[in-house]
Design a protein around this ligand. Structure first.
Ligand code: PLP
Ligand code: COI
Length: 352
């Protein structure tokens, strides 16, 4: 793979304690182009520098683009590990199909990512709760204002050393149940990790933030009755001892942390149900003292406890606003496997 070196390397962040999320970017990026004539070609690693685009480029007008999120960790034995990347490539190609983007060769991008991580290994932070966040993205690059699928694309991977996604770290989050705006409908793009989903969710997110919430908890678009997910994580509730998570009905992102969490919880004897969960069921459980715990799962969010939800103007505290036992266990298990402190029994770690 071609490697274009830069003359001067960037200065690395001064402290791992103040990384935040997505503020710093490494020296290099992986790129690959697509044209109808050549297919995917020209895979290379080059300096991560601003790129010039014509302002009539499709991505700026019609958001024909998709992305992924994964993490690389410095493991206990000194190796670099990436958590389940093959799952992300598979999901990215499913998102590509939904957005009329051509399928990409997963072996080429995995090889590119491995090489990029070898070059950028000094950017991987090692403090607990930190990782090197990996952002693979595809954008439509044809210069054309007609509303048609592009015939040209750019695939890129950029890297960012990160701490926790939420500014308050592992402190339980506060969620506002959104009963006006919707994120996704069946037959829409909710299942795909496409750019427009995030743009469409910002209005509700900003309004919730102004009221002091971390994020919104989305309900289904048709009936505003069933819990779907949060803008950057899938949701789990522990109701009367049973772990419940909304079923993947077509409008929810099939999270890789969600899938891993369901597997781990079941392996360790917890009762887990993937089914529709109405907001009324959650509120009733909270009122009757049966909502033991609530948490979100995601690559950026990891396992995030939820300490409070507000629905129709009423606040409901969960587990005294503290991280619950199952949430803590799952957090320790997943981060332990990622960091090599717990054996990788299920072969989830891609070692570099
Ligand atoms: N839901 C949405 C809308 C997301 O953006 C994400 C993050 O990728 C998730 C859920 C969690 O998915 P994963 O666990 O694969 O990161
Ligand atoms: C992730 O968890 O990787 C995400 O993509 C969520 C968010 C930062 C958009």
């Amino acid at each position: 793979m071609q490697f274009i070196k830069r003359d001067v390397l960037k200065e690395k962040p001064a402290s791992e304690a103040t990384l935040g999320f997505g503020k710093y970017f490494t020296d290099y990026m992986f790129t690959m182009k697509y044209t109808a004539e050549k297919g995917w070609h020209d895979a290379k690693i080059e300096p991560n520098e601003p790129v010039r685009f014509d302002l009539a480029t499709t991505i700026f007008h019609y958001a024909q683009g998709i992305f992924e999120g994964m993490k690389a960790f410095k493991r206990k034995d000194g190796t670099i590990g990436v958590f389940r990347p093959e799952e992300n490539w598979a999901r990215m190609n499913r998102s590509a199909d939904r957005m009329c983007i051509p399928q990409f060769p997963t072996d080429v991008v995995q090889e590119g990512l491995d090489e990029l991580l070898r070059i950028e290994k000094d950017w991987i932070p090692s403090a607990p709760g930190t990782a090197l966040y990996i952002r693979p993205t595809i954008v439509a690059t044809r210069i054309m204002l007609g509303v048609h699928a592009s015939t040209e694309y750019l695939f890129f991977i950029i890297l960012s050393p990160v701490g926790s996604y939420y500014a308050h770290g592992l402190e339980p989050t506060k969620l506002l149940v959104e009963d006006y705006y919707t994120r996704a409908t069946i037959g829409g793009t909710g299942e795909a990790k496409c750019l427009g989903n995030y743009a469409a969710s910002m209005k509700a997110g900003e309004e919730a933030e102004k009221k002091g919430f971390d994020q919104v908890l989305w309900l289904d678009a048709q009936e505003k009755k069933y819990v779907e997910e949060v803008g950057s994580m899938n949701m789990f509730f522990v109701i009367d001892g049973e772990v419940v998570t909304p079923a993947l009905v077509g409008s929810i992102l099939p999270g890789i942390t969600r899938k891993s969490s369901i597997f781990l919880l079941k392996e360790h004897g917890y009762k887990v149900s993937e089914r529709r969960v109405s907001i009324d069921e959650v509120i009733e459980a909270a009122q009757n003292g049966k909502l033991d715990e609530a948490f979100g799962t995601g690559t950026a969010a990891v396992i995030s406890p939820v300490g409070e939800i507000e629905f129709k103007g009423k606040k409901y505290e969960i587990n005294g606003g503290k991280m619950g036992k199952i949430t803590q266990w799952l957090y320790d298990e997943i981060t332990g496997i990622q960091r090599g402190e717990i054996a990788d029994e299920y072969h989830w770690i891609h070692q570099i």
